[in-house]
Design a protein around this ligand. Structure first.
Ligand code: G6P
Length: 368
């Protein structure tokens, strides 16, 4: 056990640090510079069939559900195909309209989650083509789906998903690129996206170098009564994922919200022992996030901010600023989630929690 963890005290930390490599593995052999697009042979679909798709449904549970929410944003941005997320556990209890041009993906690192498997079976019963985005090779979802892609993240032992989140997000980004190129993106657009994607692993490495700073911020807030996580656009699901990680391993109650929802109720919770984590990279909504940060500070709520290198003005508002490198906004979740993983990890360690095996949780839930 210890040998497998190498120099890391916990699997979760090891898996957080594996992300530059696990993302390279997710992309390997799937980016064509000749064609300026993603090549995903496992979809088992002809170019004509892919071109006919006019609606996409993404389903998953827990962290995979958050990856699906990022996917909705990325696929709609890159491919302009209406995409929606149906949480897997609800899918079969709803009657979701779909026709022959709808394509569904079920996202599951284990490939065994019963709710996600049930969504897959219900989709196939209705004649919806349903593909898997899965980590475990040969798992039930991989076997029963009409095709799909393995994320190749390697085994994830820590109960709190980390590297499988970023690899699944990478895969839905490749889908966005593939569908975008089929419809309206040029090969030059595709090449630019390949360059940006291939730059992500080294950018993650540079974020990991700030671990000591993130640890200090986590220790400062480790006795908080609760935490709020806020972001906009594709960083709204990252806020939800940051809150889920915090709940899962540190047992601090946390919730993730779109920043603008602050004034629709959440602001009532703001107080000195309720820190707010803002994911506020340098994007089209940066100034809006800054206004929300000011609203929290005015009510004596501590603020931890994740922003883009160079946006040093946030240091005038709070000491707890964590920087991520610049990237296009559709790729931002791949960077902004890294500090949140480390933040929850160091908070849990400071509170003496069993990081790799949190109470009441299973790595894969195979009963409904
Ligand atoms: C469990 C785990 C979560 C995970 C979810 C979905 O609830 O505790 O961390 O995100 O299952 O797992 P899957 O294997 O389907 O991705």
């Amino acid at each position: 056990d210890d040998a497998e963890k190498g120099d890391f005290p916990h699997y979760m930390l090891k898996e957080i640090y594996e992300q530059p490599q696990s993302l390279r593995n997710a992309m390997r052999g799937r980016l064509s510079r000749d064609e300026g697009t993603a090549i995903l042979g496992g979809l088992n679909m002809t170019p004509q069939e892919l071109r006919g798709i006019d609606r996409i449904i993404l389903s998953g549970c827990g962290t995979a559900f958050h990856a699906a929410m990022v996917g909705e944003y990325v696929i709609e941005t890159l491919a302009r195909i209406p995409t929606e997320v149906e949480i897997a556990s609800e899918f079969r209890y709803r009657n979701v309209p779909a026709d022959k041009n709808t394509l569904q993906f079920v996202l599951s690192q284990s490939g065994e989650t019963i709710d996600t498997l049930a969504a897959l079976r219900e989709a196939r019963r209705k004649g919806i083509r349903c593909l898997g985005i899965v980590n475990s090779v040969g798992s039930t979802i991989a076997r029963e789906s009409d095709g799909g892609c393995y994320i190749h993240a390697g085994p994830e032992i820590g109960v709190a998903a980390t590297k499988t989140f970023t690899s699944t997000v990478t895969m839905v980004t490749l889908l966005g690129m593939l569908f975008g190129r089929i419809h309206h993106l040029s090969s030059a657009d595709g090449l630019e996206m390949i360059d940006e994607l291939e730059a992500i692993p080294d950018k993650i490495t540079s974020i990991l170098k700030q671990a000591d700073k993130i640890k200090a911020i986590a220790e400062k807030h480790a006795n908080a009564e609760g935490m709020l996580f806020m972001g906009r656009q594709a960083n709204y699901p990252v806020a939800m994922e940051g809150a889920l990680k915090m709940k899962e391993i540190s047992y601090i109650y946390a919730s993730g919200h779109p920043s603008a929802e602050l004034k629709h109720g959440i602001i009532a919770l703001v107080k000195p022992d309720m820190p707010s984590v803002f994911i506020a990279p340098d994007d089209a909504v940066f100034d809006k996030n800054v206004s929300n940060i000011e609203e929290v500070l005015a009510r004596k709520g501590p603020v931890i901010a994740v922003t883009t290198e160079g946006r040093t003005e946030l240091e005038r508002l709070t000491k707890d600023v964590i920087y991520v490198p610049d990237c296009p906004s559709y790729l931002s979740p791949l960077l902004t989630v890294i500090p949140l993983q480390l933040f929850s990890y160091y908070t849990a360690v400071a509170r003496g929690c069993d990081v790799d095996k949190p109470r009441n949780l299973a790595k894969s839930v195979t009963v409904e």
